[in-house]
Design a protein around this ligand. Structure first.
Ligand code: SF4
Length: 634
């Protein structure tokens, strides 16, 4: 088969140890692509309505992208899908590294697990032969240790690729993820807990199948042209300069449409941490559990997370598979940890501005601890911030926190609390499932301080700065994720360059105009949702796509890989179908797709009185109604 995809999946029944290879008809790929599209399709059909997310009826899938391994760029992301124990609905997370091509090299587009194993096991696939092996000796080990052991024991000619859980997933923390490439994490939706509930410690892949595209020559030409955009890079950049850019943008009454080439330039130099202080100054990064602003985390404090300070620790760049940009980095660790992944913007802000912590060492330390435990850094930071606010308000006291003084910015307290959350000890057990569950357990109206949408902790982008974020937190089948859409993302994706039916954004506009609710904005938001479904079906990286679809030719690559002749508009229709399928999954499981309204504080209810977002309100109900109409939902 020369269509980019492998044409089959592996279904593993953990209850009886049976393997079933299932051929997937071409028509499914033509409708769903691969990646999260194929994953969502399998889940919709295989998981019975009302299934317990942590029970044997849930199905957990590891799926590769259609473009992965075809010679296209930025297309090495893999997706994990399953019913989310965090939201109760469709769950999805994705990650880079080198795991995605490893799935296809075993001959599959996806590997799915149903049932529950009696004892801890890991899946090992070598030369096309799947096998479940005893993982008793690995249970309790952290994610990096687990990967090291498996690679040490199983490497022959080349290293196998590993995805695994740490102690957080084993203990079914609802904010746990799945790790690959030594601590990179498919973190959202709580799918690490699903893996733990199945007694599945790891998936180890060592295949040698070739991945073949229909038209490799065209893919190559498209990749050469895409790479030229990536390589353009001025040298005169400094971290302080980026912060001043943020101050300038905050003061101006107007805003220009964002060109993703600017973001690409920052990303290539620093990685996502380029946005640290910029996000704070603009009002995009939430501060003090979404109740503060740049005035609470001013330059004397935010200097700790200056991108240059982080770059100073970088010892080498890190590229995911097929990525010409390399936004990742390996950095010097702290204490006994020699090397560690560079924390992402989301992690840094969740562990700094959100909790008023300006100790960079502690951010590196906590990032490493959480990666090892396999716990989502966004959700963990949000949960610590929630607990700190409860402490400040006297709802939690030292007697509740096992003596930890949970004051804002108290670094030692943060480390102690996170350790308890990982171990599910004392107050940690109350907090280990995220803010929604914690608020239910603590009571006393603490849900007012629980910053989530549909159960998932809100990420580090503020809808009061860009209302598009708030909208997507509320309307997506996996709520509370920042990787799908916003007004800024729509500007960067440049979809109108390929699909002429889509609106072209204004080049310059008054900031106040961002808050007007219009049909034009609803069309742009729906286009983001549709496009991300296509991108996640292809295995594409959103950071690549920010340079625009005319520069990162996703649609053209898909045609060349699969031998199709679809128009961009047809791909966007496919994205719409996938979005509706995932929303229908939620309905099947008793969740009203309209029930994911974020915490009112994140919408400006009540409005802030100071800082960049002072006075700003997001009319989420009208925005949502207009958005649903784009999918013919009322
Ligand atoms: S841009 Fe960053 S996250 Fe995306 S593929 Fe490249 S290294 Fe990975």
């Amino acid at each position: 088969m020369e269509k980019g995809y492998m044409g089959k999946i592996l279904m593993v029944d953990l209850t009886n140890g049976a393997f079933e290879e299932i051929d997937i008809p071409d028509a499914v790929y033509e409708k769903c692509l691969s990646g999260s599209g194929l994953g969502g399709f399998i889940l919709y059909n295989a998981i019975p309505a009302g299934a317990d997310p942590l029970g044997p009826d849930n199905v957990l899938g590891f799926v590769s992208g259609l473009l992965t391994g075809t010679g296209s760029l930025f297309t090495g992301r893999w997706m994990v899908v399953g019913k989310s124990p965090l939201t109760g609905g469709y769950g999805e997370a994705n990650c880079g590294g080198n795991f995605s091509p490893a799935i296809k090299r075993c001959g599959y587009d996806g590997i799915f697990f149903k049932g529950v194993s009696e004892k801890p096991v890991y899946l090992y696939i070598k030369k096309g032969k799947p096998e479940l092996r005893d993982a008793a000796g690995l249970w309790g080990k952290d994610a990096i240790e687990t990967e090291e052991i498996l690679i040490r024991e199983l490497t022959e000619k080349k290293k196998p690729r590993v995805a695994c859980i740490g102690p957080a997933g084993e203990k079914r923390s609802l904010i746990s993820g799945i790790s690959n490439d030594m601590g990179r994490m498919a973190a959202r939706s709580g799918l690490g807990a699903v893996m733990g509930s199945k007694n599945l410690k790891a998936v180890v892949l060592d295949g040698n199948k070739r991945i073949k595209a229909a038209d490799p020559e065209t893919i190559r030409e498209l990749s050469i042209s895409c790479n030229k955009w990536v390589q353009f890079q001025p040298w005169f950049l400094s971290g302080k300069g980026v912060r001043f850019l943020g101050i300038l943008m905050r003061w101006l009454p107007v805003q220009t449409a964002m060109d993703g080439m600017l973001w690409k330039i920052l990303l290539r130099k620093w990685g996502t941490v380029a946005y640290n202080q910029l996000g704070i100054e603009l009002g995009d990064a939430p501060v003090k559990n979404w109740s503060g602003s740049h005035l609470d985390f001013d330059k004397t404090r935010s200097a700790a997370i200056d991108p240059d300070a982080i770059l100073h620790r970088e010892v080498s760049k890190y590229h995911c598979y097929s990525c010409p940009l390399g936004c990742g980095g390996i950095c010097r660790g702290t204490g006994a940890v020699k090397e560690t992944h560079k924390p992402e913007y989301e992690t840094v802000l969740a562990l700094s501005g959100l909790v008023l912590n300006n100790d960079l060492d502690s951010i590196f330390d906590l990032n490493d601890r959480l990666n090892r435990a396999g716990m989502d850094t966004i959700s963990a930071g949000a949960t610590v911030a929630f607990a700190m606010e409860c402490y400040e308000r006297g709802i939690l006291t030292k007697a509740d926190t096992d003596g930890i003084e949970l004051t804002w910015g108290n670094t030692k307290a943060m480390v102690a609390l996170v350790e308890k959350m990982i171990a599910r000890e004392g107050i940690g057990d109350i907090l280990a499932d995220g803010v929604k569950k914690a608020a239910e357990r603590i009571g006393k109206d603490t849900d007012r301080y629980a910053m989530h949408a549909g159960g998932q902790e809100l990420p580090m982008h503020d809808g009061r700065f860009d209302p598009g974020f708030a909208l997507h937190y509320a309307v997506e089948p996996t709520p509370g994720r920042h990787t799908i859409g916003s007004q800024m993302y729509y500007e960067m994706f440049r979809l109108w360059k390929r699909d002429k039916t889509l609106p072209r954004p204004w080049l310059m506009y008054r900031k106040a105009g961002k808050y007007y609710v219009t049909r034009r904005k609803a069309r742009a938001a729906a286009a983001c949702s549709k496009f991300i479904n296509v991108l996640n079906g292809a295995g594409g990286c959103a950071f690549g796509a920010y340079i625009g679809v005319d520069r990162m030719p996703v649609f053209e690559w898909l045609n060349a890989a699969a031998g199709w002749n679809k128009t961009p508009h047809e791909y966007m229709d496919m994205g719409a179908r996938l979005q509706v399928m995932k929303l229908a999954f939620n309905q099947k499981h008793g969740i009203d797709p309209k029930s994911f309204r974020p915490n009112p504080r994140a919408l400006g209810e009540p409005a802030m009185t100071r800082g960049a977002n002072a006075g700003r309100k997001v009319d989420i109900d009208r925005m949502s109604r207009k958005y649903w109409k784009q999918f013919q939902w009322r």
